[in-house]
Design a protein around this ligand. Structure first.
Ligand SMILES: [Zn+2]
Length: 412
């Protein structure tokens, strides 16, 4: 068993130990694994993420410094340190371990904050926490409840921060399963451990936990609740604590300030301005749709007037360099609706070249087949029905000639 120094002193960032076993990198695990007789490195468990840091050995003439990139708990309860090094170190080497302090303190703030927050949901609404997740950006707890309101979230945040401000002592205690049953733990502990490690937040929360915690709730700094959403079995609440909360609030403020500058408004008025701007965009879009339809109608009339009928039908061939596919499609529909004996072979070369073929209802041709043949000659793809088909090709070269060739097929 590895002696876990963080159980007694979670603020310990430097320690000395001995390498008791080395598991060299293999195909399955590409990093060397190192076991120590004692460690202050926290392995990922109970929702809390592992520490990172360094293992150093030797003197000034033959010093080694190994980066610890991940720390994991093995099934038999030992702690393995994965290191980034070409050569594995020797068993029996005496090492000095150094933990990445800011990272550990951040984890302690998030984890201790979670205890306070989960207890607040229990105390206020009797809503239990079923799981805890610590991510790189934010943390979350999953609550076992069918409903959760904004006011409940705000109330839990208020109580949790009150407990932070009261700076209540956080003590580590040990008790047997039997004794622990009588102490009123917030959550039933794991049954496989005879001796339980308890985290006692004075007169507020008592939980069995193997993680690293602050000494007093004041060290959490603050607890900021963010998004909450329905998940499969209850509700998920995202939160951040301490320095992380300050960082994320700073980012929020920068984002809001940028948005406010776009509207030349105060940050608190951004939603109102954004709503107004979106309403305007919607209105403009509606007007533009209406105008494009009218333009298509007028252009369809003009094309039909300008085209002479042959064999009792009008075949309109036109390439638009400044109209998009949506307009060309609209135009093809108008042409074939206005005239009962019309064929429209149209293309747009604005952006990617697009082709739209259409015929009036009841005409004998197959637009889908004709379009496929035409696009095949251009190296493009498309298809559609007997009366309307569309497709595209990467280059505008040859499009006009291909449309003329298609028209020629119809008169043959
Ligand atoms: Zn804990």
């Amino acid at each position: 068993m590895t002696e876990r120094l963080y159980y007694q002193d979670p603020f310990l960032c430097e320690f000395e130990g001995e390498i008791t076993e080395v598991v060299p990198a293999s195909e399955i695990n590409q990093r060397h694994g190192v076991f120590l007789d004692r460690t202050a490195f926290y392995p990922t468990s109970g929702g809390q993420v592992h520490d990172t840091g360094w293992l150093a050995a030797g003197d000034s003439t033959s010093a080694i410094r190994l980066r610890v990139s991940e720390v994991v708990e093995t099934e038999d309860g030992r702690v393995v340190h994965y290191i980034e090094a070409d050569k594995p170190p020797q068993r029996g080497t005496l090492i000095r371990g150094t933990i990445d302090g800011p990272r550990r303190r951040d984890h302690m703030q998030q984890h201790s904050g979670q205890h306070v927050l989960s207890a607040a949901f229990i105390r206020l609404f009797d809503i239990p926490t079923v799981s805890f997740h610590m991510g790189n950006e934010y943390c979350s707890i999953d609550l076992d409840t069918p409903n959760l309101t904004t006011s409940q979230v705000e109330e839990a945040e208020r109580l949790a921060n009150q407990v932070v401000q009261e700076n209540r002592p956080v003590e580590i205690k040990y008790a047997s399963q039997d004794v622990a049953q009588t102490l009123g733990l917030r959550k039933a502990p794991r049954a496989d451990k005879e001796q339980l490690r308890l985290i006692d937040i004075q007169d507020f929360d008592l939980s069995a936990c193997g993680g690293t915690h602050v000494r007093g709730t004041g060290q959490i700094g603050c607890i900021l609740l963010r998004k909450f959403e329905k998940v499969r079995q209850g509700w998920r609440v995202e939160f951040v604590c301490g320095q992380r909360a300050v960082g994320i609030a700073r980012r929020d403020f920068t984002t809001l300030t940028e948005a406010a500058a776009l509207f030349s408004a105060h940050i608190w008025d951004v939603p109102e301005h954004a709503r107004k701007a979106l309403d305007e965009v919607r209105a403009v879009r509606k007007t533009s749709e209406y105008l494009w339809e009218e333009i298509a109608e007028l252009q369809a009339v003009r094309l039909l007037v300008d085209t002479r009928a042959e064999n009792g039908r009008k075949v309109i061939v036109h390439v638009f360099t400044n109209r998009d596919l949506a307009f060309v499609r609209l135009l093809a529909q108008r042409v074939t609706r206005l005239d009962p004996n019309a064929v429209a072979l149209l293309a747009s070369t604005a952006g990617q070249a697009s082709l739209v073929f259409a015929q009036s209802k009841g005409m004998p041709f197959d637009m889908g087949g004709l379009l496929k043949e035409t696009l095949a000659s251009l190296g493009g793809r498309g298809g559609g029905s007997k009366d309307l088909a569309q497709g595209g090709t990467s280059s505008a070269a040859g499009v006009e000639d291909a449309l003329k060739a298609a028209a020629h097929k119809l008169s043959a």
